[in-house]
Design a protein around this ligand. Structure first.
Ligand code: BMA
Length: 334
């Protein structure tokens, strides 16, 4: 349902400047955070060197398609030496009160936690802390761009232990609340994975988009029941504008699945992983209008970055039709 941009993939490992010796001939660039900030389209890229170490790089663009990448990895001011973070990755960007916050996954010795950083200019980045809260092991944290009922909100995906040797994952996207963006308390389960279908394991993608119909959340779903490999796909859910724990509609079909060669093959085959979204316009009331185009940036096969688009109207329509959950018996003959 999403349309791939004709320039997709818009960034490949060969686009990473070898400015830093560790990033000469980088192995991958994927799962970017994206935002329009200070007059430009901006991304924070997840990139891996040939040592498979993870780095974040800033990138900027005038048109949202052609990005120039700053080859110097982001060094977060005030980042403590302990606990030791083996990988910091999958940044999600949200503007709150004019500042750009970066929430990212941080692999520690025995769990994954969510780190929080902030920038005002995409040159200096300050680490604010590892967030704490109900879930010690959690990932795919995304901040809402405003307080609701006086509190900050985020979606997150608590990790549950998987089969030994497999990466941690989970099948519930939850809503948490906070007064300071650092300490979070669970407030509700929002959606669960739908076993046997496209979105068995799930996690929020880009931060929620405010529309006049509600909060539009693009998420990833993983089908785990194929023998050869898991398939990472994208879907969407519409949440109540005043109480985002309430689901108004959810796509029964995925809206993007791996089909192009750069999505089917790479470091991890069969992956589209949406993580950034930039609307073509935002109305005076702060909502993204129905006719606005969403640029959706996604990691493809954990190797490069794809761009796909749709209007708000098209994605909300896909949340509503066809209705129901996968597996529901057909009641009409078409
Ligand atoms: C998830 C995360 C993502 C990654 C995806 C596919 O569990 O690790 O960063 O893109 O798997 O490998």
């Amino acid at each position: 349902m999403l349309k791939r941009h004709s320039n997709s993939p818009i960034l490949r490992p060969s686009d990473i400047p070898g400015a830093h010796p560790l990033l000469v001939d980088a192995s991958s660039v994927f799962n970017p955070g994206a935002i329009h900030f200070a007059g430009k389209h901006r991304m924070v890229l997840r990139t891996q060197s040939r040592s498979r170490e993870s780095f974040m790089l800033p990138a900027e663009s005038e048109d949202g398609v052609k990005f120039s990448v700053n080859g110097k990895p982001i060094v977060f001011a005030n980042m403590p030496e302990t606990p030791v973070v083996s990988h910091a990755y999958d940044p999600r960007l949200t503007i709150i009160d004019g500042r750009c916050y970066i929430m990212f996954a941080a692999d520690l010795a025995d769990c994954c936690t969510l780190g929080l950083a902030v920038t005002d200019d995409f040159e200096k980045f300050e680490f604010l802390g590892f967030t704490t809260g109900t879930y010690a092991d959690t990932r795919n944290g995304v901040l809402f761009p405003e307080k609701i009922n006086g509190r900050y909100l985020r979606l997150e995906r608590p990790n549950i232990p998987q089969d030994e040797g497999n990466p941690t994952s989970g099948d519930i996207i939850t809503l948490s609340e906070s007064d300071d963006l650092l300490d979070w308390t669970h407030s509700a389960n929002v959606i669960s994975g739908r076993w046997r279908y496209w979105d068995e394991r799930i996690g929020a993608g880009p931060p929620p988009i405010k529309t006049k119909h509600g909060w539009l959340v693009i998420y990833h779903g993983v089908a785990t029941h194929f023998a050869s490999s898991n398939i990472y796909q994208a879907g969407a859910v519409l949440l109540d504008p005043d109480d985002p724990s309430k689901v108004l509609a959810r796509t029964r079909l995925n809206i993007l699945e791996p089909r192009e060669l750069y999505e089917l093959t790479g470091q991890v085959p069969n992956v589209v992983f949406p993580s950034g979204c930039i609307p073509s316009e935002i109305g005076a009331d702060g909502t993204v209008p129905d006719h606005a185009t969403l640029n959706i940036y996604y990691g493809a096969a954990d190797t490069c970055i794809g761009l796909a688009t749709a209007t708000v109207h098209e994605i909300i329509d896909a949340c509503r039709t066809p209705s129901g959950d996968p597996g529901q018996p057909l009641t009409e003959v078409c």
